[in-house]
Write a protein that binds this ligand. Structure first.
Ligand SMILES: C[S@@+](CC[C@H](N)C(=O)[O-])C[C@H]1O[C@@H](n2cnc3c(N)ncnc32)[C@H](O)[C@@H]1O
Length: 251
């Protein structure tokens, strides 16, 4: 069973993407700078000054869609693609109705009814969601001025396959944002396909080295950023991680 089809992960990701600070982390001593990751992947990484008036954006591994909606603040059309039917069904509901009710787990069988809401200032009509495989994208997607992949590459079975299509997807001068904590796990990615986090020729080979090796011919790396994020499992259990965002410009 794909964990991203489960009710548990669906509720966790609705909270992760749409939860307010109070709903997600009601502790004053908690890591508040790690909240709102799905919006910060855009607000802290996208160079708005590079965009044309009628720009197009693509998000791969969009889950329940919050970053795609954030991209719609700056881009005329946004396509969000994810492999999970459950996540895309929720994202489509949010696109059509602007809100979605879900259950946040608090403790054991106890839960709270919450509503995920797309901020009203965002033009939802700019966004379309579809189910798709980032390693085997359909033809005729077109080319984009922005491509975002947040916390996706270390969940792909063959990450290089997800990177191969990128040169054809990004317009010259367009932006590619890849953010990930590089949590390589064999249950998702067989070791021989890890982009980094291994020893090569006796030296540490980091995922950023692997991304450079795969992308440098077609993209110039312009910046990296540390992006903390927090996923709440229940009222007293959280995953705090620090993704590295790398920002690339299509040559
Ligand atoms: C760790 S979650 C990250 C989701 C979201 N980008 C975020 O940062 O919250 C990984 C996402 O990638 C999706 N995914 C996994 N394999 C995929 C594939 N081959 N193609 C497209 N999406 C995929 C999962 O369904 C899930 O939504």
């Amino acid at each position: 069973m794909n964990i991203y089809e489960s009710d548990k992960l669906l509720a966790e990701y609705l909270l992760f993407h749409y939860g307010t600070a109070e709903e997600t982390l009601p502790y004053s001593f908690g890591p508040h700078s790690a909240l709102h990751y799905a919006t910060r992947c855009v607000s802290e990484c996208l160079d708005v000054s590079r965009l044309r008036g009628d720009s197009r954006a693509l998000e791969l591994g969009c889950a329940v869609g919050r970053s795609s909606f954030e991209l719609a603040k700056h881009c005329n059309s946004v396509r969000g693609i994810d492999y999970s039917r459950a996540f895309i069904a929720a994202a489509k509901e949010l696109q059509q109705r602007g809100e979605l009710v879900y259950r946040r787990t608090d403790e054991g069988d106890l839960w709270t009814r919450l509503t995920a809401r797309v901020p009203t200032e965002i033009d939802r009509s700019r966004v379309r969601f579809e189910v798709g495989d980032a390693m085997d994208l359909r033809d005729h997607l077109g080319a984009f001025d922005v491509v975002l992949m947040a916390n996706l590459i270390d969940r792909l079975r063959v990450p290089r396959r997800g990177l191969e299509r990128l040169p054809g997807l990004v317009n010259p001068g367009g932006q590619l944002i890849i953010s990930s904590p590089y949590t390589w796990l064999e249950e998702f990615t067989p070791r021989e396909h890890w982009l980094g986090g291994c020893v090569r020729e006796g030296r540490p080979f980091f995922t950023l080295d692997g991304l450079r090796a795969a992308l440098a011919k077609d993209f110039q790396l312009t910046a990296t950023r540390d992006l903390p994020f927090l996923i709440r499992e229940h009222a007293r259990k959280f995953q705090w991680s620090v993704a590295q965002a790398s920002i690339w410009i299509r040559r």
